[in-house]
Design a protein around this ligand. Structure first.
Ligand SMILES: [Fe+2]
Ligand SMILES: [Fe+2]
Length: 335
C-alpha cells in the first residue's frame, strides 16, 4: 500500500492492537487534524512500534553521546570550561531519561531498552562512534552535532505522540545552549594562536561530513521516512533538514573564520539556499554496520557502567520495599 495512492496512513496495520472501525477512524481523524495521541488512546501497532523504535534510539543516542565528551571533562583547559562541559554532559543524561520515560508510556520497559543497548541490538546515532582526540572536538560536537540535533528535533516538538513532543520542547531548549557553547569554544580557539586555529579547523574537517549524515540517508534511500511523515512524527524529509542545517552553518562559519570542508558549497540564488557536494555514504554505512572507530568501545563502556550501577538499583529496590512495608504496617495499625 503506498501513501501516494491516497491511503490513510493509520489503516496499514492494526496488528495485535485490534481496534474496531470506530477506533481506527478516530485515530485517522486525529492524524488528519494534526492532533495528539496520548498514552491511553488507542493506536495501531505499527504506529506504536515506529515510536518505540525512534524514541528509544534517540534515548540511547543521548546516553552513548555522553562518552565522547565525558572523555574531556578531566582535561578541559580551565575550571570554567570544565563546569560548562560537565553541565552539558549531565543535560544529555537528562535527555536520555526523559526519552526513556516517553518510550515507557508505550509499554516497553526500561530494562528491556537497556538490555537492547548493551547487547548491541539497539541502534544509536552513528556520530558517537567517532573519537574525540582534541579539545577542539568539544567545540565541533557542540556546534555541529548539537546543531544538527536541533535542526532534527525542533520539528519533533510537534510530533503527534504527546509525551515525545513534550519531552522534545525541554530538550531543544537545552540543545540550543549546547550549540552555543560549542560555537563559543571554536570562536575562542579561532581568536587564539595559529596552532589553536589549526586545531579548530582540523576538528571541523573531521566532524562536518558525519554531522550532515546525522539527518539520515538521502530521501530516495530512506524507506521509513514517508510513513513517519504521514503519522506526523517526522515533519520534514532528511534532505530538507540537511539543507536547513547547511544554510544555518554557512554564515556561522563565516563569523568563526572556519572553512567548511566542502568546496561545492555555493549560494544558489534561484533556490535561495546553498548548494552542497556529495557525502561519502560508504563511510556512513561502515560505521552503521558497527565498523566505526569506537562502536565496540562505546557499548563495552555502557555495559560496564550498567553493571557497575547494579548496587544502586538494588539499594533503590530495597528502599522501595521498606517504604511499602512501613506503609502496610501503618495501614494495618489504623485498621
Ligand atoms: Fe541531548
Ligand atoms: Fe546536546
Amino acid at each position: 500500500m503506498s501513501l501516494a495512492e491516497g491511503t490513510a496512513p493509520g489503516r496499514m496495520d492494526r496488528g495485535a492492537a485490534g481496534g474496531d472501525d470506530a477506533e481506527m477512524a478516530r485515530f485517522d481523524e486525529i492524524m488528519a487534524a494534526d492532533g495528539r495521541i496520548e498514552p491511553t488512546d488507542w493506536m495501531p501497532d505499527a504506529y506504536r512500534r515506529a515510536l518505540v523504535r525512534q524514541i528509544s534510539q534517540h534515548a540511547h543516542s543521548e546516553i552513548i553521546g555522553m562518552q565522547p565528551e565525558g572523555n574531556w571533562i578531566g582535561r578541559a583547559p580551565s575550571l570554567k570550561r570544565k563546569a560548562i562541559l560537565m553541565a552539558k554532559v549531565q543535560d544529555e543524561a537528562g535527555h536520555g531519561l526523559y526519552l526513556y520515560s516517553a518510550a515507557q508510556t508505550l509499554g516497553t520497559d526500561r530494562d528491556t531498552m537497556f538490555e537492547q543497548l548493551i547487547t548491541g541490538k539497539a541502534r544509536y546515532s552513528s556520530i558517537f562512534n567517532y573519537f574525540t582526540p582534541t579539545w577542539a572536538d568539544m567545540g565541533s560536537i557542540g556546534w555541529l552535532v548539537d546543531g544538527a540535533a536541533i535542526c532534527n528535533q525542533v520539528p519533533l516538538c510537534r510530533a503527534s505522540y504527546g509525551p515525545y513532543g513534550r519531552a522534545m520542547v525541554r530538550i531543544c531548549k537545552e540543545e540550543s545552549f549546547h550549540q552555543r557553547q560549542g560555537f563559543e569554544i571554536l570562536l575562542a580557539l579561532m581568536r587564539g594562536t595559529d596552532a589553536q586555529r589549526e586545531m579548530a579547523q582540523e576538528s571541523v574537517n573531521r566532524w562536518y561530513g558525519p554531522a550532515l549524515m546525522m539527518f539520515g540517508p538521502p530521501d530516495a534511500d530512506s524507506p521509513n521516512s514517508q510513513q513517519s511523515m504521514a503519522w506526523n512524527i517526522k515533519r520534514f524529509s532528511n534532505d530538507e533538514l540537511r539543507q536547513r542545517f547547511v544554510d544555518m552553518l554557512v554564515p556561522q562559519a563565516e563569523v568563526l573564520g572556519i572553512t567548511l570542508p566542502d568546496p561545492a558549497i555555493a549560494w544558489n540564488e534561484e533556490r535561495q539556499s546553498y548548494d552542497l557536494g556529495d557525502l561519502d555514504w560508504t563511510e556512513f554505512h561502515e560505521v552503521l554496520a558497527g565498523r566505526g572507530q569506537a562502536n565496540a568501545e562505546r557499548i563495552e563502556r555502557r555495559r560496564e557502567a550498567h553493571e557497575g550501577g547494579e548496587w544502586v538499583r538494588e539499594a533503590a529496590r530495597a528502599y522501595a520495599r521498606k517504604q511499602a512495608e512501613a506503609a502496610d504496617a501503618a495501614e494495618a495499625q489504623v485498621a
